[in-house]
Every structure is written in C-alpha cells, then in structure tokens.
Design a protein around this ligand. Sequence first.
Ligand SMILES: *[C@@H]1O[C@H](CO)[C@@H](O)[C@H](O)[C@H]1NC(C)=O
Ligand SMILES: *[C@@H]1O[C@H](CO)[C@@H](O)[C@H](O)[C@H]1NC(C)=O
Ligand SMILES: *[C@@H]1O[C@H](CO)[C@@H](O)[C@H](O)[C@H]1NC(C)=O
Ligand SMILES: *[C@@H]1O[C@H](CO)[C@@H](O)[C@H](O)[C@H]1NC(C)=O
Ligand SMILES: *[C@@H]1O[C@H](CO)[C@@H](O)[C@H](O)[C@H]1NC(C)=O
Ligand SMILES: *[C@@H]1O[C@H](CO)[C@@H](O)[C@H](O)[C@H]1NC(C)=O
Length: 244
Amino acid sequence: MSSNAVANLTLPLLSGNAAWAAQMNATNSTFLPTLAEAQAPPVVWIGCADSRVPESVITNQLPGQIFTTRNIGNQFHTNDDSAQAVVEYGIGHLNASNVVVVGHTNCGGVKAAYAAGAPTATDSSSHAHATEPESSDTCSRRRSYFARSASENSTEEAEEANDPLNNFLAPLIDLRRALPPNATVLDLTVANVRAGVIHVVNSTTIQDAWAAGREVCVHGWLYDLASGLIQDLGFTTCSDSTVN
Ligand SMILES: *[C@@H]1O[C@H](CO)[C@@H](O)[C@H](O)[C@H]1NC(C)=O
Ligand SMILES: *[C@@H]1O[C@H](CO)[C@@H](O)[C@H](O)[C@H]1NC(C)=O
Ligand SMILES: *[C@@H]1O[C@H](CO)[C@@H](O)[C@H](O)[C@H]1NC(C)=O
Ligand SMILES: *[C@@H]1O[C@H](CO)[C@@H](O)[C@H](O)[C@H]1NC(C)=O
Ligand SMILES: *[C@@H]1O[C@H](CO)[C@@H](O)[C@H](O)[C@H]1NC(C)=O
Ligand SMILES: *[C@@H]1O[C@H](CO)[C@@H](O)[C@H](O)[C@H]1NC(C)=O
C-alpha cells in the first residue's frame, strides 16, 4: 500500500465528521456553540481503549456528557497520574458526580494477563509460564516477558522487559495470580473492574469530595461486546469506602 493509500484510510473519518457537524447544526444550531463555552459532564468514565467500546456511542450520549480516560484494560492505579488527573479534574473541577469504571467482554488486555498469570501444574512459583493466547489482537500478540525463562535472555526479550504494554499489564497479571486457579477470564474482567472501583474510591479526589459533604458515586460496569448492553456489577458506593 502506498503511503497515500494508508493516509487515505483517515478520509472516512473526516468526511464523517463533516456530515456529523452539518447534522448537529441542522438539528440544533446553538447546541455546539453553547457547548463550546463550557462543559459540565455528570459522569467520569474510566474505560478500555478498545475500539469497540466508544463510550458516547454505546451510551447514546451527545458531546458534553462524559469526561473520559481510556487505557489498555480499563485500569486505574494510584501511581497513574494520567488517570488520576482525569478523575481529579472531572470530579474536583468540573463537578461531575459519578465515576464509572467500565470493563468489557473479550478484552485483549485481560486475556493476555489471564494467560500470562495462569497457574501451571509444573510451576507453582510466581514465575508461571504463559500460554500463548489464541486471540490475535494487539494486547495478546506479543509474548509477555513474564513468560521468559532465565536461560533464554535475548536482546529481544530484554526489550520486552521494558515494553510499555507489558509493564502496563503487570498489575492485571498480579490480579490474575491472586484469583483462584479455576477463575475464568470473565472473573478476571470483573475483578479488574472491582479493583478499579476500590482504587477510585480510595483516591484523594473522591475522599476529599466526600469529606466536603459532596454526593459522589463510583460504579463498576461490564459492557458485553456482542449484545451491546451494559451490566451494572453492583459495586456502587456513594458514601463510604466499603466496596461490595
Ligand atoms: C448552520 O446552519 C445554518 C443554516 O441553517 C448556516 O447558516 C450556518 O452557516 C451553519 N453553521 C455551520 C457552523 O455550519
Ligand atoms: C438547543 O441547544 C441549546 C443549547 O444547548 C439548548 O438550550 C436548547 O434547549 C436546544 N434546543 C432543543 C430544541 O433541543
Ligand atoms: C464546581 O462547584 C464549585 C463549588 O460549588 C463552584 O465554585 C465551581 O464554580 C463549580 N465549577 C464548575 C465548572 O461549575
Ligand atoms: C536479562 O536481561 C535483563 C535486561 O538486560 C537483565 O536485567 C537481567 O538481569 C537478565 N537476566 C538474566 C538471567 O540474564
Ligand atoms: C473453583 O474452585 C472452588 C474450590 O476451590 C469452588 O468452590 C468453585 O466453585 C470453583 N469455581 C468454578 C467456577 O469452578
Ligand atoms: C489508598 O491510598 C493510599 C494513599 O492515598 C495508599 O497508601 C493505600 O495503599 C491505598 N489503598 C488501596 C486499597 O488502594
């Protein structure tokens, strides 16, 4: 493919945008100009980067409703400044009143972590051997460096040890190891959402909002790719730090 042909793959996005903007203007000519002045989104969304889970599309929302951060495997960690800053700005400055942590079925990142952290009969130590995931998507295509054995330490594998994707999956792999051996990929998906909710609840932003008497709720949801439906996982907490 020529570089022109590659670059042209973005043309449908630009023509789609032009059509969308015209449609928005035709529907309500003041909506976008008004929204351009200020935003007041009620919800902060912590989701997966997966192209199949575009938050405003699957929830049928117009721009202005969802303040968003998305990453590999919808993770939220104490040391992740990017995700923490989104929650801080969304809740602390834009006055959003809800945070949703949204996992989804068939997540490449979760499946890769599940495989990399899988217990094996021959190895009960923390260095379990990964089985190659069958999926061919981005997250699982690479070998996890956790699968590396000490005897084979090639340059390529040393590079994998510094690979951002592998590094980012490490907490998910640890989470898989903390689950019972017979846990399923779905169990890990749900446990990951629950861990995210616990970390959001524990964040300075949420603790400060509650201390100031604000009503702010944190939720855990699961999006089913095939049906397009979101399920509330029942982790909602609005006032104290106990997550079900
Ligand atoms: C919106 O539509 C009106 C006609 O209804 C047109 O005059 C105006 O230029 C359009 N605005 C934009 C930004 O396209
Ligand atoms: C059009 O958008 C403006 C600004 O958001 C809003 O106040 C108004 O209610 C909208 N009109 C309709 C018919 O929805
Ligand atoms: C958020 O709420 C605070 C306190 O009520 C207020 O001072 C601030 O202007 C609000 N921010 C926005 C963006 O509405
Ligand atoms: C493998 O390579 C990494 C990165 O250079 C190094 O830190 C590590 O000590 C090596 N391990 C072995 C067993 O050689
Ligand atoms: C997993 O094993 C535990 C016992 O270790 C059992 O109670 C549980 O039902 C099993 N779960 C599944 C999904 O098989
Ligand atoms: C909660 O946050 C504090 C720092 O603010 C940290 O020390 C602690 O480990 C966190 N607990 C959990 C369960 O994440």
